[in-house]
Design a protein around this ligand. Structure first.
Ligand code: UDP
Ligand code: MG
Length: 308
């Protein structure tokens, strides 16, 4: 059996179309499926839509979370209750074409444990999103000790063994792309063209994306934390050299008063540098703090199973 896992957050406009297209594709493959819909605290009629769809289509399970926990947590909830031999997370807005599922399964049958769906172009994402994404991947892969495949979202197929591995990672702050990459396994990719959103609006604004990027880098790299030793070393050495220069200069030319400008620049520059350093420590400390509280990643209000 294959599990489809889909997080829904205020997606009432697309629920029907989503099931219409997904179910048609799944029927064509001839495999056995379950469709796990995680309602991530939607404030619109998404849940009603999901329950209606459950009445119409077999194999639909609806997980209703107690509030909005974010896509990463919703996905985790879906992976936790999935029972399939392979699991495919997919977005509700049909930006990930369900038609690709047949190809994902085909590669899986060939023996790959992870089959990524890779976008060949991001033109539907707009200039800012695709460029900032490019920068994020470059910086992340430079800093972190797991390499993220570029232009790959959460849409992919994972074998049961991969899902079990992912579930062993206990962190509360979940950067799924990184977690998926971290567990490794035999991986291949199939390509697709990403469509634009079917309806509704994207839930990932600039600020949310920025935070996701921070999450990614701080989850898988400690370089931002450690780099300050070296920055400090360089600044200290430079100021030592400058001190030596002043001593020599004073011995040769005598003391003169000017220097107010350079003094102010040095003080403010160093002040800024220290604040940045503190901020970075704060980022990590904050994360350590949330991890140490050991709160569950999500709370389920109810799992609506199919009535038989
Ligand atoms: N989503 C969610 N919880 C959230 C935000 C988003 O479950 O807090 C779901 C959303 O319903 C959709 C998927 O995550 O199924 C991707 O969201 P979206 O399409 O807004 O992201 P984008 O495609 O713009 O990156
Ligand atoms: Mg989308």
């Amino acid at each position: 059996m294959i599990s489809i896992v889909c997080p829904f957050y205020n997606e009432q406009d697309v629920v029907e179309a989503f099931f219409g297209r997904l179910v048609r594709v799944l029927d064509d493959t001839g495999e056995e499926f379950e469709i796990i819909c995680v309602n991530d605290g939607s404030t619109d009629n998404t849940l009603l839509g999901l329950l209606a769809a459950q009445g119409r289509h077999p194999g639909v399970r609806v997980v209703d979370l107690s509030r909005n926990y974010g896509k990463e947590a919703a996905l985790t909830a879906g992976l936790d209750i999935a029972r399939g031999d392979a699991v495919i997370p997919i977005d509700a807005d049909l930006q990930d074409p369900p038609e690709l599922i047949a190809q994902l399964i085909e590669k899986w049958r060939e023996g790959f444990e992870v089959v990524l769906a890779q976008r060949v172009d991001r033109s539907t994402d707009g200039w800012f999103k695709s460029h900032s994404a490019g920068w994020f991947y470059r910086i992340h892969n430079r800093l972190a000790n797991v390499q993220l495949a570029e232009n790959v979202g959460d849409f992919r197929l994972m074998d049961r063994c991969v899902v079990e591995a992912v579930r062993q990672l206990p962190e509360r702050r979940r950067f799924m792309k990184g977690i998926f990459a971290w567990v490794g396994f035999r991986t291949t990719a199939v390509e697709y063209v990403r469509a634009s959103r079917l309806g509704g609006a994207s839930k990932f604004s600039g600020w949310r994306l920025w935070n996701l990027a921070l999450e990614g880098i701080t989850s898988f790299s400690t370089i931002p934390l450690r780099v300050w030793t070296y920055v400090g070393l360089v600044v200290a050495l430079a100021s030592l050299a400058y001190g030596a220069f002043i001593v020599a200069y004073t011995l040769i030319h005598g003391a003169d008063l000017p220097g107010y400008g350079s003094l102010l620049v040095t003080v403010t520059f160093l002040g800024g540098l220290q604040l940045i350093g503190l901020g970075v420590i704060g980022e990590y400390l904050g994360r350590t703090y949330t991890e140490s509280k050991q709160r569950p990643i999500y709370i389920v209000r109810k799992i609506h199973e199919q009535k038989t």
